[in-house]
Design a protein around this ligand. Sequence first.
Ligand SMILES: O=C(O)CCC(=O)C(=O)O
Length: 300
Amino acid sequence: MPSNAEPENPAPLPSGIHAGAMMHAGEGPAGPAVRSPISEADITVAPLDFEGAIRSLRSTGVVLLRGAVGRGVIEQVRQATVRAFERLPQVAPTGGPAAKELMRLSMIGPGLTDGFSELTEMARRVVECGVGKPIVELYLGGRLIFDTSTLRFRSHRPSRTLSYVPLHQDAAFTAQDRSWINFWVPLSPCGEVAPGLEIYPLPEPKFFPHVDDPSPGGYPMGFIRDEALASYPHPLAPVEPIFEPGDLLLFDGFCPHRTIERPGMTQTRYSFEFRYSSENSQGPRADGPRQERRTARAQP
Ligand SMILES: O=C(O)CCC(=O)C(=O)O
């Protein structure tokens, strides 16, 4: 039977994980964020701390790797993404309903024939070149699957609220019975000058109910009501990182997250996200290692 367990002797430390995550625990839409000193929830990775990255994923479902991808590569992808978004109004109307929906939501993804394959190849280079992939490989175990159906490029213009993704867990949208790790890649500075991402490290994995009634003009997907977070048995400390190009955020299917905009964010954010699963990482709607942790904790 395939195992999700980490190898006992992790691979040697790769270079490229930098210290110094700048976290801004701000006020979330639900009210003031809880500022908690839980060290496990501080998703900073020490320099070259490969094991620390795995530990952080295991204990909170999240890890932020500073400077994990070369800035030159990221800049190439940013430029190609900006060009693709500029072309979108011309190509989407002839691209069928899927392409029109992508344009409505300021997204580029499967369903757009024009330009998506070029961006896919660039995204593949980004996720395969840095330290992220070996970390996820060790974490999930087994050969990783590059599935382009999980790739989305986003452009968030301040106040263009339709592109704002509400609070959700990726596990709610996982069609297959597989584990996933989201590779969230900022292509431009965000979280301070441009809309960012609010994330909830969870010291214990929990699935929150998603309601399916988006407001008219809101992002068309199920989401977690803020009130539902009250059922969580530990203090929640959402974080809003200030991201720089080259940073890489990895999070599991349980991690609640949403787009966030605050006053003073006046620039457009470009980013992409991609989800890795592994051949061996079968798990009920979320990732195996975290499921094991939940099961272990539930036992007396
Ligand atoms: O980029 C965003 O603001 C939202 C991303 C997201 O919801 C996701 O990666 O699942």
